[in-house]
Write a protein that binds this ligand. Structure first.
Ligand SMILES: NC(=O)c1ccc[n+]([C@@H]2O[C@H](COP(=O)([O-])OP(=O)(O)OC[C@H]3O[C@@H](n4cnc5c(N)ncnc54)[C@H](OP(=O)(O)O)[C@@H]3O)[C@@H](O)[C@H]2O)c1
Length: 298
């Protein structure tokens, strides 16, 4: 029998990929908040992680062998305007780590590159954090509280995710590709740089980290890239010669959450345990092939 892995946020972009990546070695069970029924997966259930009693009962009944905690309010602008997002992003994460500690099972938390201020890239696991946004701050506080509750917990800091996901899941490349193919204006930051990865590769990194208690890992890609460069790479592979991509700088757009300039991650520590993310070109190629397959099978 395979060990039982509980994935929170299983209907999200990373969660979808983690369910897929874990299927050979784990008996994966997934949690969502309200969207479980929209997805065809046998062990998917809605449990509000902010309801401590509910999650405690769920864990008592299902007895997972490990937990990867992905569920979060993941939009920095939403978090900036809504202090109530602390409940899930900080307190539910710490409570879940506490429950994992009660049964001594591996617990992996998905943090973010946005804990850094963007002034001193590239960042490794020892770099000092200095978040600019409330979302980044929530991740820093959650990391601290998790390690206070469970010193065996593992923290994985994720970069910007792209790659393929089914249409019921939000997907950055699909929205960019749709705009590019229809020549809709697509405004993309030229002065905001990250080390993006395919969410499927990141999922494999998260799975590798399960066996590394009391550790912090950066799961960045091998290339630093702006969204503007990403858009042009996508247009090139879609064979669209004059895409309607509009260069924007962070200062041109007023958004609730302050944005960091360059939060590129150094991820050698994870590369040394076998984490091996694909290049942006390969990820885009794979996305286009899968998307064509989906559209042809419609
Ligand atoms: N995507 C990125 O580029 C990126 C980058 C860095 C870090 N991260 C981190 O990686 C993790 C996964 O990100 P993602 O993009 O996959 O997120 P996402 O697509 O926004 O998915 C969020 C998930 O959390 C669930 N959820 C929300 N509120 C909940 C609650 N009260 N109780 C239980 N589940 C709840 C959602 O379920 P429903 O659908 O039912 O609401 C959904 O499954 C997050 O921690 C995020 O902060 C993501």
């Amino acid at each position: 029998m395979q060990p039982k892995l509980l994935i929170t946020g299983a209907t999200g972009f990373v969660g979808h990929n983690l369910l897929k990546a874990s299927k050979n070695n784990w008996d994966a069970w997934g949690l969502a908040c309200q969207s479980a029924q929209k997805h065809q997966y046998p062990y998917l259930q809605n449990v509000d992680l902010c309801n401590y009693k509910q999650i405690k009962t769920y864990l008592k009944n299902t007895k997972p062998d490990a937990i990867i905690h992905l569920a979060a309010h993941s939009n920095p602008n939403e978090c900036q305007n809504n202090p109530h997002t602390d409940k899930l992003n900080i307190y539910a994460a710490a409570d879940l780590a506490g429950l994992a500690s009660d049964t001594h099972i591996p617990f992996v938390f998905s943090s973010s590159d946005l804990i850094f201020d963007g002034q001193h890239a590239p960042y490794d696991e020892t770099s000092p954090y200095n978040p600019l946004s409330r979302y980044g701050e929530q991740k820093v506080i959650a990391e601290t509280k998790i390690l206070q509750r469970y010193d065996q917990a593992t923290i994985c800091r994720l970069p910007l995710m792209f790659g393929w996901a089914p249409p019921q899941t939000k997907c950055l490349l699909r929205s960019m590709a749709n705009a590019i193919k229809t020549y809709q204006p697509l405004k993309l930051f030229v002065d905001e740089v990250r080390t993006p990865v395919d969410a499927f590769d990141a999922a494999q990194g998260l799975l590798l980290s399960i066996t590394q208690p009391s550790s912090i890992f950066h799961l960045g890609g091998k290339t630093s890239l702006s969204r503007f460069e990403l858009g042009h790479l996508l247009a090139m592979q879609l064979k669209i010669n004059n895409p309607n991509i509009i260069t924007v700088n962070q200062d041109d757009i007023n958004m609730p959450a302050p944005r960091a300039k360059d939060v590129s991650l150094k991820s050698e520590k994870a590369f040394n345990i076998g984490y091996s993310p694909h290049s942006p070109s390969d990820i885009i190629k794979n996305f286009i092939n899968k998307e064509n397959e989906r559209l042809n099978n419609k």
